[in-house]
Write a protein that binds this ligand. Structure first.
Ligand code: MRU
Length: 423
């Protein structure tokens, strides 16, 4: 039996209390910088988490669900001002107008709006709200406890609930991994898009969870990975993750998918999902639809793997889903970041001078941009290199809809659904 090295894979997001000042932080591995750097970011505020979500430092539908719950727990313990409840007996009853609940509801609405397409973000936030409503009902009934202690209990329970959500997510991934592996034929060489791996979840992954499980059972030996323009989650994240754990994989550009399918090199397609509609239409990373059309043409099975929380009964079909439109610069150029390693004292001196007043923005001909800043003992850079004419019109939808009719099966943690889909 093949053995994978999961110990080489970091967790995607976690909560941790700083030992020096007792403040809770949401920690995450910065996916904008992988695979070249493995920076860990720490957010202590809702605003900090928003920046991470919108910049794609944390991304992937299940990871966004857990992030939403953790963000709300962080908000409650670090940002909600509870000084008023200490002596106010009415301030913490279970009524909807209750101050804590009202502010929490506003925070839930805000978190849910950060990205529109992956349903798990709103699901994670809403689940936390429901948890708090239940806790409030239980705790408020306890007359013997003062209001400040009641609120402290609720905050503690939010931290526990968010951490449990991460554990449940991993367990669901492992379950769909072993269920989905039974679908793959011995010796199959599947193809995947984007990153539906451990990095897109709390740990282990959805579509890649199936790959891991099938690899460890010696069902498959290899995976095809499309680079997934424009953000390159396939090239940057999936290839990195597969290298960490030890699954042999081959990277191709998005436009090579037809070639590897037509000549029998790729034998099935396996993808994650950002939202699965009530009729089975599946919204996933842009480029998924092209793969489904090709798979249909070449008679290859097309699998979607996602937790039940990605199934959205409120969206009857793909036309009902808002597709996130992202910054055109993702298409009009290439972003890169890294660390500059000065080779002698003159280079150190020059970089010190450049960065002594904070980040330095260098103006470069042809619209390229380069920022250099001090980081730790070194110098980090963030670059954007223009790849087309200045002012080019671009269209940048982040997701597309694969009609249910092109999907062979949808794998969840407790069932495999086949067309016609009824969840
Ligand atoms: O924009 P992203 O990186 O958050 O999009 C993620 C995806 O679309 C993935 O393909 C994935 O299948 C959904 S998460 C497992």
């Amino acid at each position: 039996m093949a053995k994978l090295n999961f110990q080489n894979l970091p967790r995607t997001i976690w909560l941790e209390q700083d030992k020096s000042d007792g403040i809770w932080g949401l920690y995450l591995i910065d996916q904008t910088r992988l695979p070249l750097q493995g920076d860990i970011l720490c957010c202590r505020t809702l605003e900090g988490v928003r920046t991470c979500v919108q910049s794609l430092a944390v991304r992937g539908a299940p990871a966004l669900g857990v992030t939403a719950a953790m963000a709300l727990a962080i908000w409650a313990v670090n940002e909600f001002d509870d000084s008023y409840v200490a002596n106010d007996t009415a301030a913490l009853d279970a009524a909807p107008e209750n101050e804590f609940l009202a502010k929490l509801q506003a925070a839930v609405a805000e978190v849910s709006s950060w990205r529109p397409t992956a349903v798990n973000l709103a699901w994670g936030a809403q689940s936390m709200l429901e948890h708090v409503q239940q806790e409030l009902n239980k705790i408020v009934a306890q007359q013997s406890i003062d209001n400040a202690s009641k609120l402290a209990k609720i905050k503690d329970s939010m931290l526990v609930y968010a951490q449990q959500m991460a554990k449940d997510d991993e367990a669901a991934n492992r379950a769909m991994g072993s269920l989905g592996a039974t679908e793959l034929k011995l010796g199959a060489s599947p193809l995947t898009i984007c990153n539906a791996g451990s990095l897109a979840t709390a740990f282990y992954g959805t579509a890649l969870g199936v790959i891991y499980s099938a690899y460890e059972r010696d069902i498959i030996q290899h995976l095809w990975v499309t680079e997934t323009r424009p953000v390159n989650q396939g090239a940057r994240l999936t290839m990195w993750e597969l290298t960490c754990v030890g699954v042999p994989a081959t990277l191709i550009t998005d436009s090579m998918a037809a070639t590897v399918m037509s000549n029998g090199l790729a034998t099935s397609i396996i993808v994650g999902a950002d939202r699965i509609c009530a009729n089975g239409d599946t919204v996933n990373k842009i480029g998924t639809l092209s793969l489904a059309v090709l798979a249909n043409h070449y008679g290859l099975p097309f699998y979607v793997v996602a937790p039940r929380s990605t199934i959205d009964a409120q969206s009857p079909n793909g036309a009902a889903v808002t597709i996130e439109q992202r910054d055109g610069r993702e298409i009009a150029g290439v972003a890169a970041s890294g660390v500059i390693l000065p080779q002698d004292k003159n280079q150190f001196k020059a970089l010190d001078l450049l960065t002594c007043n904070g980040a330095s923005e260098l103006v470069i001909k042809n619209g390229h941009q380069l920022d250099i800043a001090r980081k730790g003992g070194g110098y980090a850079f963030d670059a954007w290199l223009a790849g087309t004419v200045s002012g080019a019109a671009v269209f940048n939808p982040a997701f597309d809809v694969t009609p249910a009719g092109l999907i062979s099966a949808i794998v969840t943690q407790n069932a495999i659904f086949r067309p016609p889909f009824a969840f």
